[in-house]
Design a protein around this ligand. Structure first.
Ligand code: NI
Ligand code: MN
Length: 228
């Protein structure tokens, strides 16, 4: 199995799993920190965590250009289907064996209204089991919740957590999340896109290293972390 995680700024990232390209929450055109453009990014699948514009982003245009299949909650999947995009709807607690691995939707404490005011259902995170059993937890936009412990009980190799505060967990709660999940590796996202969510990711990473057994990896937009 080969697995890589590339951060494209804000909460947009690309996973490559055994050659399959999975793009998550592609907010690029209006993202001041984006390291790829909507016209260039490649995708076989798009994962959409919730309906907010900083996550839906350029996804309709990217899905139409790349013919990628959108995977999201049922409401958002239907919203894409109504625009002529191929989509696969799931829901919280439900998993499905996709060609890139077994993907389960997890709860997230957040909102999910779509940019046009449509009902985006409940926001979600993703727990992805890749073929050799390694698990990757993408918390996506959420506040801290105690059942992160249950997700951690599955044995998580990599957890991707928001630390920006204001809209999601801030650094303190994200550190508590690390203690609940006990992943081997953690990567912070959803910070420094705007002043409103300005944070020092290196200070956070230092606290992770001092107070937990997890390894924190601070990426710059455009950088890649690989699991082997
Ligand atoms: Ni949001
Ligand atoms: Mn967001």
């Amino acid at each position: 199995m080969s697995f890589s995680f590339s951060w494209y700024g804000h909460a947009c990232f690309g996973l490559v799993i055994d050659g399959k390209k999975i793009l998550v929450d592609p907010f690029l055109s209006d993202n001041p920190t984006a390291s790829v453009t909507s016209d260039d990014v490649e995708a076989d699948y798009l994962l959409i965590s919730h309906g907010h514009s900083d996550h839906i982003g350029d996804s309709v245009a990217i899905a139409k250009r790349t013919k990628a299949t959108v995977i999201s909650n049922f409401e958002i999947a239907s919203w894409f289907q109504n625009q002529g995009v191929e989509a696969h709807g799931q829901h919280i607690g439900g998993g499905f064996e996709h060609p890139f691995g077994y993907l389960k939707l997890t709860q997230a404490l957040h909102g999910s209204a779509l940019p046009d005011g449509s009902n985006g259902g409940n926001p979600v995170g993703f727990l992805l089991t890749v073929r050799d059993g390694n698990k990757v937890y993408l918390a996506c936009d959420t506040g801290l919740f105690g059942d992160m412990r249950l997700i951690g009980e599955e044995g998580v190799a990599l957890a991707v957590l928001p630390i920006g505060d204001n809209f999601t967990m801030g650094p303190d709660d994200a550190l508590r999340a690390v203690k609940l999940i006990q992943a081997d590796h953690v990567i912070p996202v959803h910070f420094n896109t705007w002043d409103l969510i300005a944070q020092d990711p290196n200070a956070w990473a230092k606290r992770v290293e001092l107070e937990t057994d997890s390894n924190a990896h601070v990426l710059e937009p455009g950088q890649t972390f690989s699991l082997d």
